[in-house]
Design a protein around this ligand. Sequence first.
Ligand SMILES: *Cc1c(COP(=O)(O)O)cnc(C)c1O
Length: 418
Amino acid sequence: MQKDHPKLPAVPSVTGLIHHPYTPPGGFDAPQPGVFKASTVYFPTVADMRQREWKDKSAYTYGLHGTPTTYLLEERLCALEGGLQCMLVPSGLAALALVALAVLKTGDEVLIPDNAYGPNKALADGELRHFGITHRFYDPMDPQDLSRQITDQTRLVWLEAPGSVSMEFPDLPEMVRRCRKRGVLCALDNTWGSGLAFKPFDLLADGADGVGSLAVDISAHALTKYPSGGGDVLMGSVITRDATLHLQIKLCHMRLGLGVAANDAETVLRSLPSIALRYAAHDQTARALAAWWQTQPQCAQLMHPAFEGAPGHAHWQALCDRVPGTGLAAGLFSVMIDARFSQDQVDAFCDGLKLFKIGYSWGGPVSLVVPYNIASMRQAWPGHLKPGTLVRFSTGLESAQDLILDLHQAVQAHLPMA
Ligand SMILES: *Cc1c(COP(=O)(O)O)cnc(C)c1O
């Protein structure tokens, strides 16, 4: 005879699980804001759905159009950089691409500094060229060259301070003045300065509230670097102070379907409060390492804008070091290894480092090293660069002493002077 099974508790219907009546009490408050994830956003009524406006951030309509998490990050990034409006995108490169796609059309020309972040040049030579948008490179250390290259077709000028890899610091205020004079939009890749080394919307530091008389039109920032700070998030931002320009960028952003993941936005929100402390620590360590390199005969040239004799040092001083001795710089510098050493020897030196990892990007806790082939990256070998093999270092948050010992052992082992 079969025994009766004990009575199981009633399984709740899936509908009951999905439409559960419980809502937790409101008023929860804690150091970190909540994470709001959504593709779908609810409307209480159709009338409400038809009424809601997302463009002015007064409401929510769809995940791609913003959530409390992304709105919060956008506002805090505006505070960091002195902007009024911000769009988030899935990478720093996407920020550069969004700017180009939002403001350029067929027949326009974009000017790019010859030392710019490589993939920005590749975008100009790829999609932009295919769309009938031309580009030219200007000498970042010669404002007159920029003026000469601006034509009636020029719609956008990219600025970078300092240039990626070779680290020349341009006369940024003078470049912006020249763009203004010709009525050309100027966009800064502000990843290095990160809103901390200088204010992109107050280049003369004459605005009491951070809004000065000289400003770039657009600041693009690879949040992947210092705002993330972990080497684990890819994100970018495009910040402006002009509602019309912002709307143009926002509509392009919407049409391209760009969005960022809520958990990634939350990671950046969690890192932002410590950005100034981290930036200063990366800076100090980089300067300790750079000073050590200056004492080494293998170093033909040091490229760190805060060091006397580095390309554009005076421009860094004028913009970032207004009260001498207080200026900030990112934890990033390059060394030209003397031309007597072969590429193989320099590669072996990089391989021989134990604390420095070989890898792209920067801004995280681990120090990184990459050798670059400058000859393949520039129109011509820049006159201000000594011959040799360039190695770029980005300092993490390790002890400077330990990093110097690591450099020392790898130099001794792989770059013998005798
Ligand atoms: C890293 C970087 C970017 C691109 O950022 P990703 O998030 O890696 O796409 C753009 N500009 C500069 C100067 C960078 O260093």
